[in-house]
Write a protein that binds this ligand. Structure first.
Ligand SMILES: [Zn+2]
Length: 345
């Protein structure tokens, strides 16, 4: 089998496209495969698919394909243009690449597989022997294609949350569809503007369809929701996860303060107890539970703060809105009369 035939075969080129030459460029570590079509071939207008004579050819282009052994493999060719009576002069679509891409479809597909496996641009670009920009561009194009394919659906239950990256120095705001666990929008930052930009990526119809928005108690997110979502005041849900996280933090603050005071008097009863107070009762081992009971019986503020935190958890077990409201009022009245500033806050 000659090299032209070989590449014709492994590239899967079909009529009218054929391989007209194969060149090994050793200094560039490239195999260059030239592709062409016979003269007189008719091509379709990319807009209306009308079959037309070839008008002329665009500039020569290069598409990176899957490697041949250790060599980068490059397709080179000139893409025909047609002069459609309805749409004017248009570059035709070639079967091996998407419009404006510098890669063949097979290479882009492989690159996406590598990116999914490595989860980092840097890792993927090393394996693929690509520059950062080119690798990043492949991601952007894949995301754009995915977004274009996605049917806009109504979003009755959404959530907005922040996520830290770069060792906690930077944040993104992420908008979720909670019904099918998909990401609907991402924006840099975690302020009101970032959250508003997330909401603004939804259609008017989607914004109207929102029935509940889960979020933490960040004033920035609350403000953004109120500005962007009709009647947001009655739709914002400070979810159990975020509230219990705050309640746990309050217990820990009470413990740290009390531990410091006790240590001054040489009392180390709270030493090494941090994680007792953060887990909930049902997650304690038997040994933990025994020690826990003995600490709780010591009438320490930390024990009381822990009890209030666990009582708050029961709020979500209330069967009706009325019961939940009166449960919360009762809980609040008790807590607000204590001396435990972190829990009150
Ligand atoms: Zn046309």
């Amino acid at each position: 089998m000659q090299d032209k035939e070989l590449y014709q075969h492994i590239l899967g080129l079909t009529s009218p496209w054929t391989v007209s030459g194969v060149k090994l460029d050793i200094p560039a570590e490239e195999i260059q495969v030239r592709v062409e079509h016979p003269s007189g071939t008719k091509f379709c207008c990319p807009e209306c698919q009308k079959e037309l004579a070839c008008y002329d050819h665009a500039e020569e282009r290069r598409w990176r394909h899957l490697d041949s052994c250790q060599y980068k493999t490059i397709l080179i060719g000139r893409v025909p243009r047609v002069d459609c009576p309805e749409h004017g002069v248009k570059t035709v679509t070639v079967p091996w690449a998407l419009p404006h891409s510098r890669f063949t479809i097979m290479f882009e597909r492989f690159a996406i597989e590598v990116l999914l496996m490595t989860q980092t641009v840097k890792g993927a670009m090393t394996i693929l022997r690509l520059q950062w920009d080119a690798t990043w561009h492949i991601i952007e194009r894949a995301v754009a294609r995915g977004k274009a394919r996605k049917e806009p659906s109504l979003l009755p239950r959404i959530g907005i949350d922040e996520k830290a990256f770069a060792k906690g120095r930077k944040f993104v705001s992420i908008l979720y569809n909670l019904d099918n666990s998909t990401v609907e929008a991402i924006e840099e930052g975690h302020d009101t503007q970032a959250a508003k930009s997330c909401f603004s990526q939804l259609s008017q119809e989607q914004l109207q369809s929102v029935e509940a928005i889960a979020m933490d108690m960040s004033p920035a997110f609350v403000r953004a929701a109120k500005e962007m979502i009709p009647f947001a005041e009655s739709k914002i849900v400070h979810d159990k996860f975020h509230i219990m996280k705050m309640a746990n933090e309050a217990v820990d603050k009470v413990r740290r303060g009390e531990h410091k005071r006790l240590l001054k008097d040489g009392d180390d009863r709270l030493t090494g107890s941090k994680y007792f107070w953060l887990t909930s009762l049902e997650n304690h081992s038997e040994k933990q539970h025994a020690r826990f009971q003995s600490i709780c019986n010591l009438s320490l503020a930390t024990g009381r703060a822990w009890s209030y935190k666990e009582l708050l958890r029961d709020l979500w077990a209330q069967e009706t809105e009325g019961k939940a409201k009166s449960y919360f009022r009762d809980w609040y009245q008790r807590v607000i009369r204590t001396m435990m500033a972190p829990t009150k806050r």
